[in-house]
Design a protein around this ligand. Structure first.
Ligand code: 5GP
Length: 190
């Protein structure tokens, strides 16, 4: 997706540990117009699937998922929570995730009542690095009878193992931009 690639090259920076900083449009300030174009792009890639729910993870996935959902007939967005909340009640689905940016392990949680048997679910997240966040979200869906249509990532770090792990599981994975490498703090896109 050229508009996204141009934005990454213009505004993205590289931090220690090959962390890509895109807080001017994706992780802090949100570029709603770009998100809307991303929504159109994801809709066209998954137009063959009857997606009726989007699953993401807090915090950065939420903003993009809600704009994308408008391109899937305003379907509901469910986001996995990363910490215990008094707002979570009834049966809870859990999965363990190791945080790439913080290096800690934590439970992600989704109330079971929001994942139904008839759901055709698209998972969305901002970044794919080692695949832990996606594997946790996939595990949550696999604990139910819902159908996982596939995963869509805004920025895949192609030099880390997540993409290969998810694709090897036979899960449809679409990434709108793939970073092949980082050379002398310069982002090299595929
Ligand atoms: P994974 O679970 O695939 O190892 O990492 C994905 C999660 O870690 C994403 O939800 C994202 O929030 C965060 N993440 C991983 N790599 C980066 C990065 O380079 N930049 C930013 N901003 N977040 C990242």
């Amino acid at each position: 997706m050229q508009l996204l690639k141009d934005t990454i090259l213009r505004e993205g920076t590289v931090k220690d540990g090959n962390i890509i900083k895109v807080d001017s449009f994706l992780n802090h300030q949100l570029d709603v117009k770009l998100f809307n174009e991303i929504g159109k792009e994801i809709q066209s890639r998954f137009s063959d699937c009857k997606i009726n729910k989007i699953l993401t993870i807090e915090a950065s996935g939420i903003g993009i998922a809600t704009i994308v959902a408008q391109h899937f007939d305003f379907c509901p967005v469910v986001f996995a929570k990363k910490s215990k909340s008094k707002n979570l009640d009834g049966e809870i689905l859990y999965s363990k995730v190791e945080s790439f940016t913080k290096g800690t392990v934590f439970d992600i949680q989704v109330a079971k009542k929001f994942i139904n048997e008839s759901d055709n679910i698209l998972i969305i997240d901002d970044f794919l690095a080692n695949g832990q966040a996606l594997l946790g979200l996939i595990d949550i869906i696999e604990q139910t009878s819902a159908n996982l249509v596939g995963c869509c990532i805004i920025i895949e770090k192609g030099f880390q193992s997540g993409g290969e792990i998810i694709r090897k599981k036979g899960i449809r994975l679409e990434s709108l931009a793939i970073i092949d490498s980082v050379e002398n703090s310069k982002i090299i896109l595929r």
